[in-house]
Design a protein around this ligand. Structure first.
Ligand code: NAD
Ligand code: UDP
Length: 340
């Protein structure tokens, strides 16, 4: 059977890489994206990589009437919902913007999925729902608890999906908790394009490497870790994309509601990431030690056993490849997608 999937936020960083994975596996896609944090060029490049075409609706998922057009005009058997805002710091300053976009878009999609009987749903959650993990590696059974409005929006949506699934036993819902996606498609054609000064570590490093930013500030060196800097579980965005394909296949087996961590299971410190990037690029990254960033947890990395056992998901790329691919993307696209 040929599958077709509605992908919201498909022009974004993780969405675009997932489109490549889906299209390369003969799954048709329909994209809804209002380009509030992405560019149409990303979709053109996905088409270029896959030699397949994408049906696009440049709509806001918060506009239910417009969104309904997509459901009315098309037949698809699953929704992958990436659309949302994701900047933790901004969410602290303007929480309502985050609650509105992240919650309303999901509510609209769920109500329409219910009305049009689209019974498979994948949601982009985050390792941030683990708050300060009591133990690492952190498993899916750990308590969820958010420290920012962004994280709260993810926790609320997870709860919404859980209640919805209890009321609809014939629905299949995958909640995927991503750890730290980095890297880019090995072609260097698609990648992460932060607007303004990057908040995340890897985009910041690549912009220092290319000379856009003078140096990196390492946020704290007095954490209870081996070298004093924070530890995270960095996962190649193409591995993450593959996790979506596997989750989708799981949904098609009528699995009900499932929750998976998507990470590598390995933690790296900020200094280790800097050194891995230096090795991959052959460049020196100037950095200085600064104060801790508010809200950062000392360490967080995934227990990957459940995804391995139930999805057959194992991350293939190592940190060196993640850095190489991030660097290739940055070098080939110094101005992001605006180049052409
Ligand atoms: P991104 O900003 O690159 O992609 C999100 C896409 O959604 C963008 O193309 C944006 O234009 C679109 N969008 C946002 N609101 C919309 C709306 N109301 N209607 C239509 N389109 C809308 O982000 P990403 O890194 O690809 O993240 C995708 C999802 O994964 C998000 O839900 C994010 O919270 C989650 N996530 C990301 C990370 C990460 O580090 N990148 C980690 C954990 C979870
Ligand atoms: N980090 C840093 N300097 C930066 C950006 C990030 O030292 O300019 C650190 C941050 O403190 C955290 C790690 O890098 O320990 C990963 O941060 P990122 O924002 O990429 O992801 P998070 O895990 O916070 O979602």
């Amino acid at each position: 059977m040929r599958h077709c999937v509605l992908v919201t936020g498909g022009a974004g960083y993780i969405g675009s890489h997932t489109l490549v994975e889906l299209l390369s596996n003969e799954i048709e896609v329909i994209v809804v994206d209002n380009f509030c944090n992405s560019s149409k060029e990303a979709l053109r490049r996905v088409e270029e990589i896959t030699k397949k075409s994408i049906k696009l609706y440049p709509y806001d998922c918060c506009d239910k009437e417009l969104l309904e057009e997509v459901f009315r005009q098309n037949t698809f058997d699953a929704v992958i919902h990436f659309a949302g805002y994701k900047a933790v710091g901004e969410s602290v300053r303007v929480p309502l913007k985050y609650f509105r976009n992240n919650l309303i878009s999901t509510l609209n999609l769920l109500e329409l999925s219910e009305k049009y009987q689209v019974k498979n749903f994948i949601f982009s959650s985050s390792a941030t729902v683990y708050g300060v993990p009591k133990t690492v590696p952190v498993s899916e059974e750990s308590e969820i608890f958010a420290m920012s409005p962004y994280g709260q929006s993810k926790c609320m949506i997870e709860q919404m999906l859980t209640s919805f699934s209890k009321a609809h036993s014939d629905w299949n819902i995958a909640i995927l908790r991503y750890f730290n996606p980095i890297g880019a498609h090995p072609s260097g054609k698609i990648g992460e394009e932060p607007r303004g000064i990057p908040n995340n570590l890897l985009p910041y490093i690549t912009q220092v490497a290319i000379g856009k930013l003078p140096y990196l500030t390492v946020f704290g060196k007095d954490y209870p870790t081996e070298d004093g800097t924070c530890i995270r579980d960095y996962i190649h965005v193409c591995d993450l994309a593959c996790g979506h394909l596997l989750a989708l296949r799981k949904l098609y087996t009528n699995c009900g509601r499932v929750v998976y961590n998507l990470g590598t299971g390995k933690g790296y410190s900020v200094l280790e990431v800097i050194h891995a990037f230096e090795e991959a690029s052959g460049l020196k990254i100037p950095y200085q030690i600064g104060p801790r960033r508010e809200g950062d947890v000392p360490q967080n990395f995934a227990s990957v056993e459940k995804a391995k056992k139930e999805l057959n998901f194992v991350a293939k790329y190592d940190l060196h490849q993640m850095c190489e691919d991030a660097w290739r993307w940055q070098q080939k696209n110094p101005k992001g997608y605006q180049e052409e």
